[in-house]
Design a protein around this ligand. Structure first.
Ligand code: LLP
Length: 409
C-alpha cells in the first residue's frame, strides 16, 4: 500500500476525500503501455475516461501519450479543456445527438465509434453538410457477454449497444459506407462487460472480430474495449497487465498468421484497471451504534460519493486509520449519512473498536466513485487530491454550498 498520510490529508482537506496515489496511476498506465505491443501491427491504449474524468487525470493520460475514450460531450469538453490531442480521441455513445456529432466533427475528434444504423445515416448527412471528413469504427455486438467470473457466447441480440454482425442493420450500414463521400471506415469495436477476470472471454471476442476481418480487403482497426477486473476484496483475482496484454496481442498475431489476414491496429480501452486501485476514499467516523444483530459505524459520506455498493452490491475493503494492526474483533456495517436504508458502504466487516473522530479509509475507490457521485440529500461533492512522492496536490475543490445552489433560480 502507498505511503499516504491520511491524518495529514484530513487536516488539510477535510473528509470525505478522494485520494489518488499518482505513482500507482503511472504504474498502471505503463503496465499496459509496456506490454501491449506487437511487431506485426500497431497498438493503442485508450483510457476510458468515464471511470474517472477530471482534468488532472486527463493531463496525466496525455503526458503518457495514451488515447482517450469519451462517451459524452461533457467528457469531450474536459478533454478539450486540457488540450488533449483530438486525433487520439474515440467518441462513443449509443444515442449521440445531432449536435453532439456536429460538436465532435467541428472539434476534429479522431474517431467516432458508431453504435447503430441511424447514427451512421445521421453522421453521413452531417459530414456532407459540414463538408468534413471523419474516421469511424463500428461497435459490434458480438454476442459475447461477460459478467465478472463467467462469460457466455450467445446470440445476445437485444443489447442497447452496437450492431449484430450480419444483421439487416449491419448490412445496411455497409451500404451507407459504400456510398459515403466523407466517412472513412476504419474497423470495429467491441466491449463485452466490466470487472472481468476471465481472459478467455476477451480472446473469444477478439477471435470473432478477427474472423470478421476476413471479409474485408483492407487491414482494419480492432478495438477490444475495456473491462479488465481489479482487486476490491480478496475474492477478486485480477489478471496482471502483462498477461492481459500479451495474451491479446498473441491471440491476434496467431490468428492473423493462420488466416493470412492483416490488421492495421489493435486497441484496448481500460478504465477501471487504470484508476481503481490507485484511489482511496477517506471518511471520518461520527456516531456508532449497536442494534440487537448489528454494529454500525456511521461515516460522513456514503452513497453520494460511492454509489457502487447500493447499485451493484459491490464489495470493498477498509481500515480504521492508525488501527490497521489492531485486533479486528467487531463485525461492523459502515453506513453513510443519506436518508436511505441502502446507504451502506460495507456490510459485516471485521474492524477494531472505533471511536468518534477516527478516520476510515476504503480501498480501490478510484474508478466510478467520483464519476458517479451525486448531490442526493444536497451532499457536497468531495475534493479530489493527488499525492505523489509524499506531496499532495488538490485537483478538484470540495463543492461549496453556494456552488450547490449556483444554478437554481
Ligand atoms: N469501453 C467501453 C465501450 C465501455 O462501455 C466501458 C465501460 C469501458 C471501455 C471501460 O470499462 P472498464 O475497464 O472501466 O471496466 N459504472 C460501472 C461500470 C460501467 C462500465 C461501463 N462501460 C461500475 O461502477 O462498475
Amino acid at each position: 500500500m502507498a505511503n499516504l498520510d491520511f491524518k495529514f490529508l484530513k487536516e488539510k482537506y477535510g473528509t470525505p476525500l478522494y485520494i489518488y496515489d499518482v505513482n500507482h496511476l503511472k504504474k498502471n498506465m505503463t503496465g499496459y503501455l509496456d506490454y501491449f505491443k506487437s511487431n506485426v501491427f500497431e497498438t493503442e491504449v485508450l483510457f476510458a475516461s468515464k471511470a474517472f474524468c477530471v482534468k488532472e487525470m486527463l493531463r496525466l493520460v496525455k503526458a503518457y501519450n495514451m488515447s482517450l475514450d469519451v462517451v459524452s460531450i461533457g467528457e469531450l469538453y474536459t478533454a478539450i479543456a486540457v488540450d488533449f490531442p483530438m486525433d487520439k480521441i474515440y467518441f462513443h455513445g449509443n444515442n449521440k445527438s445531432i449536435s453532439d456529432l456536429e460538436f465532435a466533427l467541428n472539434n476534429n475528434v479522431g474517431t467516432i465509434v458508431v453504435d447503430n444504423l441511424m447514427e451512421l445515416v445521421a453522421l453521413d448527412e452531417i459530414t456532407n453538410r459540414l463538408n468534413k471528413k471523419c474516421n469511424i469504427i463500428i461497435r459490434l455486438n458480438l454476442g459475447v457477454e461477460a459478467h465478472t467470473h463467467k462469460f457466455i457466447v450467445t446470440a445476445h441480440v437485444d443489447s442497447k449497444f452496437g450492431v449484430s454482425y450480419g444483421s439487416n442493420d449491419y448490412n445496411d450500414m455497409l451500404d451507407v459506407l459504400k456510398n459515403s463521400k466523407n466517412i472513412n471506415f476504419k474497423g470495429f469495436h467491441s466491449h463485452i462487460g466490466s470487472q472481468i477476470f476471465d481472459l478467455d472471454a476477451f480472446t473469444a471476442a477478439l477471435e470473432k472480430m478477427l474472423g470478421i476481418c476476413k471479409s474485408f480487403d483492407k487491414p482494419l482497426v480492432l478495438n477490444i474495449g475495456g473491462g479488465f477486473g481489479v482487486h476490491y476484496t480478496d475474492e477478486d483475482k485480477p489478471i496482471p497487465f502483462d498477461v492481459v496484454s500479451k495474451t491479446l496481442v498473441d491471440t491476434c498475431e496467431k490468428a492473423l498468421k493462420a488466416n493470412n489476414v492483416k490488421i492495421e491496429k489493435l486497441c484496448i480501452e481500460p478504465g477501471r484497471s487504470i484508476v481503481a486501485e490507485a484511489g482511496y476514499t477517506l471518511y471520518t467516523i461520527g456516531f456508532t451504534k449497536k442494534t440487537p444483530n448489528k454494529e454500525y459505524y456511521f461515516i460522513d459520506g456514503g452513497m453520494t460519493d460511492n454509489i457502487r455498493p447500493a447499485l451493484y452490491q459491490a464489495k470493498y475493503d477498509c481500515d480504521i486509520v492508525g488501527k490497521e494492526n489492531e485486533l479486528k474483533n467487531h463485525i461492523v456495517t459502515i453506513a453513510g449519512k443519506c436518508c436511505e436504508s441502502g446507504d451502506l458502504i460495507i456490510e459485516n466487516h471485521p474492524l477494531p473498536e472505533a471511536k468518534s473522530g477516527d478516520l476510515l479509509v476504503t480501498y480501490t475507490t478510484g474508478a466510478y466513485g467520483y464519476s458517479m457521485s451525486s448531490n442526493y440529500n444536497k451532499a457536497l461533492t468531495p475534493a479530489v487530491v493527488f499525492v505523489e512522492d509524499g506531496k499532495d496536490k488538490l485537483v478538484c475543490r470540495r463543492q461549496s454550498y453556494d456552488e450547490l445552489l449556483e444554478r437554481e433560480i
